[in-house]
Design a protein around this ligand. Structure first.
Ligand code: UFG
Length: 331
């Protein structure tokens, strides 16, 4: 297989890893990114970078046509849950409205395949974990709603047009490219593993543990951490499936189906670094659920994809190596 894939948000954390996976698998890549939160240093030089707005439909359509794009991977969006609560319209614009525009551009230019970055936040606080795709979608914040609305648009467009899609509902994405070509680079991150490796290299002096009274084995929150390179590989497999079976669309949980608590993650960071990073126990963070773990049986049944990097210490090692490298790139 081959051809050109347009990757929105390809200068961001997860998108840049998908770009690497696509290039390594022999695809040509156009990164379409407005660089509002992305970084040019994350874009592999083998890819073509177009700096533009998704809602600039003339620009988008010209890009899709000029490069003969056969599929779109849509990573661009806003992702900060508390911000989505204080500024919901930003989320409906950057996630829902921009996606609507992009899907329309795809249909108008005959791009038939679409892979969408969705989220476990579409489930809200699931009553049953591991959570499966057909369980209730009751998002508890505008971020989750904005992504769920895009899933619904894709469903309806696939029913009406010669177009299929795969929505991947990400669980907790972490780690970095094992070859050190990309990694999480956003300043002021809120994600646990990112914060812990920042502490490990002295960028912070402690890690706060948000909540110790959850109904979990050690009382701290349990999450399904997935290595970003495994997640990127799932996108490449999903792309092949969409092309091979143009009549079918898919919604798939992207997780390993196993959870680690906050304390288990911090133990892993201590183990990998030989440090004793200070933990400060604190109240629950508003809006957090206790346990969020994927039932991943559908993705395993649908794609040839198999987890390659599920080892928690390995995820931490890759995140740590990138954090060190980032200090050289951007002191
Ligand atoms: N946590 C801490 N201390 C920190 C940061 C996080 O204890 O400094 C805890 C959280 O309370 C939670 C766990 O670590 O129990 C993971 O928190 P993250 O902030 O890393 O990730 P979330 O599970 O909150 O969020 C992720 C995605 C969101 C998505 C959400 C629900 O980043 O985009 O899952 O699907 F919306």
């Amino acid at each position: 297989q081959g051809g050109t894939v347009l990757v929105t948000g390809g200068a961001g954390y997860i998108g840049s890893h998908a770009v690497l996976a696509l290039l390594d698998a022999g695809w040509s890549v156009v990164v379409y990114d407005n660089l509002s939160t992305g970084f040019t240093f994350l874009v592999d030089p083998r890819a073509t970078l177009v700096q533009g707005e998704i809602e600039d439909e003339a620009r988008m359509r010209a890009t899709l046509r000029d490069h003969g794009v056969v599929a779109i991977m849509h990573f661009a969006g806003s992702i900060i849950v508390p911000e989505s609560v204080s500024d919901p319209l930003k989320y409906y614009r950057n996630n829902t409205v921009a996606s609507r525009s992009l899907i329309e551009s795809a249909v108008a230019t005959g791009v038939k395949h679409f892979i969408f970055s969705s989220t476990a936040a579409t489930y809200g606080m699931p009553e049953i974990v591991p959570v499966a795709e057909d369980m209730p979608k009751l998002p508890i914040n505008p971020y989750g709603t904005s992504k769920l609305m895009t899933e619904m648009m894709l469903r309806d467009v696939a029913a009406a047009h010669d177009f299929n899609y795969c929505a991947l509902r990400y669980f907790n994405v972490a780690g970095a490219d094992p070859q050190g070509r990309s990694g999480q680079s956003t300043a002021g991150a809120t994600h646990l593993i990112k914060i812990a490796v920042e502490a490990a290299i002295g960028k912070r002096d402690h890690v706060t543990v948000f909540g110790t009274d959850y109904d979990t084995p050690d009382g701290t929150g349990v999450r399904d951490y997935i290595h970003v390179s495994d997640l990127a590989a799932a996108h490449v497999d999903a792309l092949s499936l969409l092309i091979d079976r143009p009549g079918d669309s898919h919604t798939l949980n992207a997780g390993y189906g196993r959870g680690y608590s906050v304390l288990e993650v911090l133990d892993a960071v201590d183990r990998v670094t030989n440090l004793n990073i200070e933990r400060r126990l604190a109240e629950r963070r508003p809006g957090d659920s206790g346990t969020l773990v994927a039932d991943n049986s559908r993705i395993l049944a649908t794609l040839p994809w198999r987890p390659q990097r599920a080892d928690l210490d390995g995820i931490v090692k890759d995140a740590l190596a990138w954090e060190r490298k980032l200090t050289d790139i951007r002191p």
